[in-house]
Design a protein around this ligand. Structure first.
Ligand code: GLA
Length: 705
């Protein structure tokens, strides 16, 4: 919610998520699981913990609407009033993620069907077909009933549509879906001949003469038409979005002025969040890094950077995290003391304006009874409760950071269309998976303390000195032209392998890979050369390897002495067409051929990595980072310390320093500030305990000594 606040002295534009001041703190509260006497204790304890926002109603449909013609709002009315009396704002869910049994039995066709034709049963949650008219009608009706009843309630601060779209059910292959898919295809392609061309149906006699002949890509004897599958991915994201938009339209109509969100699931393949976030008033995310993974915070940082980027840097909300263990991994390791606090601060460090949880009070029944909660089964004597109270107190001390923003120093291109197309079957290697290609690039940037923004392929790139594209398998010529113009005008682009391959129909760009990037990168790919599982190919950075390829296949993937880097998963036989070679393959059949290149074009530069360098990616990225002058938020950042900087409208900065390691670290500072967590003024350095953190308020430049 961007609001302009005018006092008698000045006008300040704030960028608040909701009308609740400061940072948001709370969680999913499922009061229908408890007798009402317990609610009184809940709100008392919420006050003790500093909770100011609770999400209610997420799974309340059966309670709110016991049958088709009756409603039971009395309990929710009492809950709203109770919250209001205790100063707790409500994020009201539309309760549509789990249709009740009576609706399912009246409309069994709304249950989702798998690609193998199995209809999934009632008894869990998210048991609905995204294209079911019966489900949609009932969901919209419930949303309207809730909106009409609570729109003016003073406790209402936020609407929470549905819950985690695409969590359990991302696609449905039932007859209703088939009808909707055909409608979607007609809109996209216009006529059946256009569809035939787009899908390349001349192949394997797949030609259609009418849309009625088309079905969802159910399990078939062999490989299914890839463009059909790609359109299916697009359709499935759109079908869920259409549901979301139907509820959003009701809320916008009935309850204008109250912001609306739905909880995203970090970097989720199934949903094109660039498109989705256009329909959110604010972005919120559910994040469950694994405490058993010592590098989990790197992945979390990546997801948080995406969430911040989805609305161009606006603050976002961590809608759910676990206070300690989850209950859905094979082994659910709790968060060791200090980790919950550190990871909560990490979300703020990357632009969140609130930290909410699943869930407030631990359930005693149901599939999630072993999931941690802000108020654990043991009650207020539990270690977890002490952490809940401590974090609430700290967030109050950090309240002034709300509304401040981060900006990445470089941009990473992310395109869901390309992700979907990259991971289709029957490619040179099934190991080219977007998250696995992206992660080492992101990890290298994180290790170097470089904050990045994610950008869609349609983004203007002008403000960024460096743009990274770990993979652009699917690339239309318009995007390639934009990238070329960006480089010609002085930009720097680093492009990963297997890029510029296909157009938006997933047809190969003619004339050699990387198609529309060929001139920009100054190279041509002769042949893709995937690396077998477990093998690596040596790459030598100085370009000093002998010329020419080897014919000696027997030595493939053996690493010769002196090689610098290791490629895994993927390599390419490339030839330069104007680019200079910065690194060559140093083992295997490709030994001597270029592996990493740099091409000067106009006023800018384009690098190409023809292989996947895994953990060694950073050693190549150091070159463009240095040329672009893109560095860490703080120089001399010790290992394991994450540093980010949020900027306030008044010029103040908030420097977050987070020690993810198990060893005490001393962080030198260029500007003294005040640690908001302790209130202490800093000198020329801050010492961070293992899992320790500091949030420094730094004065605006003109106020600095
Ligand atoms: C998701 C869901 C919640 C709950 C948690 C458990 O985030 O939205 O309802 O199931 O997972 O981790």
């Amino acid at each position: 919610m961007t609001a302009t606040v005018t006092t008698d002295r000045l006008t300040v534009t704030t960028d608040r998520l909701t009308r609740v001041p400061g940072l948001l703190y709370g969680g999913d509260w499922n009061p229908e699981q408890w007798p009402e006497q317990v609610w009184a204790e809940d709100v008392k304890l919420m006050a003790e913990a500093g909770v100011n926002l609770v999400t209610v109603g997420v799974f309340s449909w059966a309670r709110l609407q016991p049958d088709a013609d009756s409603w039971d709002f009395g309990w929710l009315d009492r809950l709203f009033d109770l919250c209001h009396r205790h100063g707790v704002a409500v994020d009201l869910a539309t309760a549509t993620a789990s249709p009740p049994a009576w609706l399912v039995r009246a409309h069994p066709e709304l249950l989702p069907v798998t690609a193998d034709g199995v209809r999934l049963e009632f008894g869990s949650r998210q048991h609905y077909c995204p294209s079911s008219p019966a489900y949609r009608e009932a969901a919209v009706r419930l949303t309207r009933a809730l909106a009409e009843r609570y729109r003016h309630h003073p406790a209402l601060a936020l609407w929470h549509i549905h819950n985690e779209y695409g969590d359990h059910v991302q696609e449905c292959f039932c007859p209703d879906s088939a009808v909707d898919f055909r409608r979607w295809l007609r809109e996209r392609h216009g006529g059946i001949e256009e569809l035939n061309r787009s899908w390349g149906t001349a192949f394997w006699s797949q030609r259609y003469t009418s849309f009625e002949q088309i079905e969802p890509p159910r399990t078939a004897p062999g490989p299914v038409n890839p463009t059909q599958l790609l359109d299916w991915r697009r359709f499935c994201s759109d079908a869920l979005l259409a549901l979301h938009r139907a509820e959003k339209a009701v809320l916008d109509e009935v309850s204008p002025g109250v912001p609306v969100t739905t909880n995203f699931m970090s970097m989720l393949k199934a949903l094109d969040y660039w498109e989705w976030s256009r329909h959110e008033d604010l972005v919120s995310d559910d994040a469950y890094p694994d405490p058993a993974d010592p590098r989990a915070h790197v992945n979390a940082a990546m997801n948080y950077d995406l969430m911040r980027s989805l609305k161009g840097g606006r603050p976002w909300l961590l809608m759910e995290q676990a206070p300690s263990a989850v209950s859905w991994r094979p082994v659910n390791v709790p968060k060791r003391p200090g980790l919950y606090r550190l990871w909560s601060l990490q979300a703020l460090a990357r632009g969140a304006d609130g930290v909410l949880h699943f869930q407030w009070r631990a359930s005693v029944a149901g599939a999630e009874k072993f999931h941690s909660a802000m108020l654990p089964h043991r009650g207020t004597a539990a270690r977890g409760w002490q952490e809940t109270v401590r974090l609430g107190a700290e967030l109050r001390r950090l309240g002034e950071i709300a509304g401040s923003r981060l900006r990445g120093r470089a941009a990473v291109l992310l395109d869901w269309d390309s992700w979907w197309a990259l991971e289709l079957d029957d490619h040179p290697s099934a190991r080219m998976r977007w998250p696995e290609l992206l992660r080492p690039w992101y990890a290298a940037l994180h290790e170097r303390g470089v904050t990045v923004d994610f950008v869609p392929p349609t983004a203007g790139l002008d403000g960024y000195p460096l743009v990274l594209a770990p993979n652009l398998y699917l690339l239309d010529t318009a995007t390639a032209d934009r990238l070329t113009a960006y480089v010609r005008d002085g930009g720097r682009l680093v492009c990963g392998p297997f890029s510029g391959i296909a157009d938006r129909h997933d047809h190969i760009h003619p004339g050699g890979h990387p198609g529309p990037l060929r001139e920009l990168l100054g190279i041509v790919v002769d042949e893709h050369w995937p690396i077998p599982d477990g093998a690596t190919t040596a790459v030598r950075l100085d370009g000093a390897a002998p010329d020419g390829p080897r014919s000696d296949g027997a030595e493939a993937h053996a690493e010769p002495h002196g090689a610098d880097l290791r490629a895994e998963r993927w390599s390419e036989w490339i030839e330069t067409e104007g680019a200079e070679t910065l690194a060559r393959y140093a083992s295997g059949t490709l030994a001597g051929l270029p592996a990493v290149t740099r091409n000067r074009l106009g006023a800018g530069t384009a690098w190409y990595l023809s292989c996947h360098l895994g953990a060694d990616t950073g050693r190549v990225l150091d070159l463009p980072l240095a040329e672009a002058g893109v560095g860490a938020e703080l120089p001399d950042l010790p290992a394991d310390v994450e540093a980010t900087r949020r900027h306030a409208a008044d010029g103040r900065q908030y420097l977050f320093l987070l020690n993810h390691g198990g060893v005490e670290r001393r962080v030198p500072l260029d500007t003294p500030g005040t640690d908001l967590l302790t209130g202490a003024a800093t000198g020329d350095a801050v010492t961070l305990a293992p899992l320790g953190a500091a949030v420094l308020r730094l004065p605006a430049a003109e106020e600095r000594p």
